[in-house]
Ligand binder design. Structure first.
Ligand code: ADP
Length: 509
């Protein structure tokens, strides 16, 4: 395919989503490029587009908003695909059921627009949303990619309820109670009758979701946020051991996080504020000096407690005691203890469902910063967290990158999200980032650690690491693909699932 305006494929950033490619490209910029973008206005238009694609056997790639930062942006996996930009015209909040705290949305509803909608209809104080790091993404797109946020509803997919889907051959289905004509429970009961299909529409290429129900968080009557700083790098193990029972017993009810101190510092500082070694990695002494100046630790823990003040105070005291028993020199901070520019104030917004753009400050860490995430799943225990952090740090420093990791803590498992920042205009650095992350995927697999989500360019490699019983799961995925999408038009290659006509023809990376 010739690219008439080659310069255009280098364009874009978080605010200017290009739709045709990934603005934070990790391969050559023209590797994953669309040939056309179309804007369906409703489910019927989507179905028509899908039938057209079947007729001409053209690959199509749906987007809700197309931000997908660090995981491939708006790029399609197969060059020349037609992008269906659902978000442009299908962007309405279709219903808010205030009494049951649930809404029905279209693909183009962003966190920030859902927040504004709830404010505009006068229920913003009663019903909260769960925002991830940045609020410009699609509520639906993020849930379909199984992203996480910070409130008790931080597992976004777990809080969806009911889907409308256009299948790869153009039929329209509704799942759960939505599959029954006249039911009033589509957004109230997720299962319906018979098999429960919803999961197969996440991180997959089995359907285009055109409507989704989402639970909203009723205002719990107060929030107390706090930060705990642990002075030593090796405190990670004990910190996670203290946190696990607090999570399993629901004493902490949100999705809290433990973050490397240096990652926390990247909100306030750029890499130039530190002394670097010959590989470009921040020297430990220099990091220590800055962490002390910021009053933070080698690792920091952010959490939110929900409910009236008296309730959260009792919990806060109990939690402090648990940490002091195992890490006596832990330092605790609440909002009144920290300066105005401290992230804890933004955290207080996140955990009450108020959008903030603070995370974009990290993009100042290096010039022309692009993000790429390595995101293994960890058991919620000190041993797994410690070995994963050590693995990430060793491999990344070998390639001249700082390990910048955060553990987002669920009840029994943690999303360990490691941020690679590279200069997207420096071709050598970009190559190094790609080689390094490929090595990390292999390192992780060799000890039975798998990623919960990955960049488009790495989905073949990651899907192969899910290899139990001779790769039985991919054989099953391929059977489904062939049955649902006989012409192989919908998102070929997503999550490593290729339609039969593409297999073994050199598409895999
Ligand atoms: P966001 O802007 O919220 O980060 P995207 O719109 O970029 O999310 O979508 C993230 C991923 O999910 C992409 O791979 C995209 O193809 C897929 N996706 C998004 N919306 C839909 C949808 N409505 N139906 C099917 N897949 C979708």
């Amino acid at each position: 395919m010739s690219v008439p305006h080659a310069a255009a494929i280098y364009s874009g950033d978080y605010h200017a989503v290009p739709l045709s490619h990934d603005s934070y490209h990790i391969l050559d910029p023209d590797d994953f490029v669309a040939s056309a973008v179309c804007w369906p206005g409703n489910t019927e238009d989507v179905s028509k587009a899908v039938k057209w694609a079947n007729k001409w056997k053209v690959p199509i790639w749906p987007l809700s908003i197309g931000r997908n930062l660090g995981y491939g942006g708006s790029a399609p996996r197969v060059r020349g695909s037609v992008v269906l930009d659902l978000g442009r015209r299908m962007n309405k909040v279709l219903d808010v059921d205030v009494e049951n705290a649930v809404c029905l949305i279209e693909p183009g509803v962003q966190y920030v627009t859902l927040y504004e909608h709830l404010q505009s209809i006068g229920v913003g104080n009663d019903l909260w949303i769960d925002v991830p790091d940045l609020p410009g993404g699609s509520v639906m797109g993020n849930a379909l990619d199984r992203g996480v946020g910070y409130t008790p509803y931080g597992d976004h997919w777990a809080h969806h309820i009911g889907l409308e889907v256009v299948t790869p051959t153009g039929e329209v289905i509704r799942t759960g109670m939505g599959s029954m004509e006249g039911s009033e429970c589509w957004q109230l009961f997720r299962y319906g009758f018979g098999p429960h299909q919803d999961g197969i529409f996440t991180q997959s290429n089995y359907g285009i979701v055109t409507k989704m129900g989402m639970e909203l968080l009723p205002n719990p009557g107060g929030v107390r946020v706090f930060m705990a700083a642990f002075p030593q790098y090796d405190d990670l193990h004990e910190a996670i051991e203290v946190i696990r029972p607090l999570m399993i017993r629901k004493i902490i009810g949100n999705v809290p996080m433990v973050r490397l101190g240096l990652q926390d510092a990247s909100l306030y500082k750029t890499r130039d504020d530190f002394e670097l070694d010959e590989r470009g990695v921040v020297k430990p002494d220099s990091a220590q000096k800055v962490l002390e100046e910021l009053g933070t630790g080698a690792w920091v823990f952010y959490a939110a407690l929900y409910g009236p003040d008296d309730v959260t105070l009792a919990k806060y005291n109990y939690i402090q005691e648990q940490f002091y028993k195992r890490i006596p020199n832990t330092k605790f901070y609440q909002r009144e203890d920290v300066p105005e520019n401290h992230y804890l104030h933004n955290y207080a917004r996140f955990t009450t469902g108020i959008p903030t753009w603070r995370e974009l400050d990290r993009m100042k860490w290096i010039p022309n910063a692009a993000h790429l995430f390595f995101a293994p799943l960890s058991a919620n225990n000190g041993k797994d967290a410690g070995r994963q952090a050590a693995m990430g740090r060793k491999r990344m420093e070998e390639y001249g990158f700082n390990y910048l990791g955060t553990f987002f803590i669920g009840t029994r498992a943690m999303h360990h999200v490691i941020s690679f920042m590279y200069n997207r205009k420096d071709i050598a650095e970009k190559k190094k980032a790609l080689t390094c992350i490929r090595a990390l995927i292999a390192d992780a697999a060799s000890i039975g650690v798998g990623e919960y989500r990955t960049h488009l360019a790495l989905q073949d490699q990651v899907s192969k690491t899910y290899n139990w019983n001779d790769g039985a799961i991919m054989k099953f995925n391929e059977k489904l693909k062939d049955a649902l999408d006989p012409n192989g038009i919908l998102q070929p290659g997503r999550s490593g699932i290729w339609p039969k006509d593409y297999r073994g023809k050199g598409f895999e990376l």
